[in-house]
Design a protein around this ligand. Structure first.
Ligand code: NAD
Ligand code: GLY
Length: 351
């Protein structure tokens, strides 16, 4: 194991996030330090199963955790009620008990649905997050938001439920398709714009250590989650770029990934901030340069009406106001309430 970094999270559940290269084969050994031997069920998707289940299963068995696996087809459409119930039925048919363990091995889809299953099965059993996408490593595996999608929209059923550990082997990113790597960088850049100009400058350098990038992002997120685990205030900052992204994803019929839509949404949010005089004119150019460096789009053909429709159907809206996340400068953002009736004009000036 090389270059191991550990970040501790203190929330309703406390846990360590371990980041390093080659840690996948030591998952069992690491679990020995926090949970006595029990049965384990690896939940994963069809792509990740072919690549990494054997390594994790071998490590679990060696460390005294007899392991089974549950595999579902890769993709967001699997993050649904049908797969969720199938996982629970599998656990029950295997007579998994409350003292056993679920292991979420995969990207955000696997992490979200497995975490939600863990929160519900027998009213809650332990689970571990093993993120294998950059996005899951820097965002979805940390902070305890778990969910499935409903027909009416994304993430509409879920729970706040913290894992007992997050184990991130950054070697797994080597098999990610380029598009998925870019998707993760949209969230990485988001943290830079939210919290630290120097981190943005570092991202613009030619060479960066991926373990350091993941560690830095996880610390940014940890600090927010520890202050606002249940998303009543500061955690909303993490939605930078996401208000417009929801509309862009929908209008593109999901041909744009979430990360690509967040990238365009971040540029739109920066232009809105410029138009309000919240940040300096030209800030959006800096944002565009970062996104372009990581092969992310900065524009999408969408109307203000389409953006409004999606923003106003978002579950995070309250009353006649919508909270936008807007940069004051690179490295600092604010929550800014706008009147719903002004939204179309606000978007039209930023497109
Ligand atoms: P994903 O889980 O669908 O993974 C993307 C693709 O990469 C899939 O096809 C997957 O099979 C494949 N894959 C995963 N790891 C791989 C690897 N190492 N090598 C090769 N292929 C691999 O998508 P994602 O981008 O990881 O996550 C998106 C999901 O995360 C969405 O459902 C989103 O709502 C959720 N999310 C949740 C939170 C949260 O806080 N819970 C935050 C952000 C996003
Ligand atoms: N990804 C947003 C959050 O965890 O709050």
């Amino acid at each position: 194991m090389n270059n191991i970094k550990t970040v501790s999270v203190k929330a309703s559940g406390s846990y360590d996030i371990t980041i390093g290269t080659g840690v996948l084969k030591n998952v069992g050994e690491m679990l020995n330090k926090i949970k006595k031997p029990c049965r384990a069920v690896i939940v994963t998707d069809s792509n990740v199963d072919e690549l990494y289940t054997d390594t994790v299963m071998e490590s679990l068995i060696k460390a005294g955790y007899p392991a089974d696996k549950y595999v579902f087809p890769a993709g967001e459409t699997s993050k649904c009620a049908g797969t969720f119930i199938d996982i629970l039925e599998f656990l029950a048919s295997e007579k998994i008990t409350r003292s056993d363990l679920l292991v979420a091995l995969g990207g955000g889809v696997v992490g979200d649905i497995t975490g939600f299953a863990a929160s519900c099965y027998l009213r809650g059993i332990d689970f571990v997050q093993i993120p294998t996408t950059l996005l899951a490593a820097v965002d979805s595996s940390v902070g305890g938001k778990t969910a499935i999608d409903l027909r009416a929209g994304k993430n509409l059923a879920g729970a706040f439920y913290q894992p007992i550990a997050v184990i991130c082997d950054t070697d797994t990113f080597k098999t990610l398709p380029e598009k998925e790597v870019a998707c993760g960088y949209a969230e990485v850049i988001k943290y830079g714009i939210l919290f630290e100009k120097a981190f943005c400058d570092k991202l613009m350098q030619d060479e960066n250590d991926i373990n350091e990038i993941v560690e830095k992002c996880v610390i940014f997120k940890r600090d927010v989650v520890e202050k606002d685990e249940f998303d009543n205030g500061e955690r909303k900052l993490l939605n930078l770029g996401h208000t417009a992204a929801h509309g862009i994803e929908k209008v593109s019929a999901y041909s744009l990934t979430h990360g690509q839509a967040v990238a365009v949404g971040t540029v739109i949010a920066t232009k809105i901030a410029e138009n309000f005089g919240i940040c300096e004119k030209g800030t959006y150019k800096e944002v565009e340069n970062m996104l372009t460096k990581y092969n992310l789009p900065i524009k999408y053909d969408i109307t203000p009406e389409q953006l409004c429709d999606a923003a106003l159907s978002d579950k995070k809206r309250g009353g006649g106001k919508l909270t936008l996340v807007l940069p004051e400068k690179i490295g600092k953002c604010i929550l800014y309430d706008v009147n719903v009736e002004d939204l179309k004009e606000i978007f039209s000036q930023a497109l």
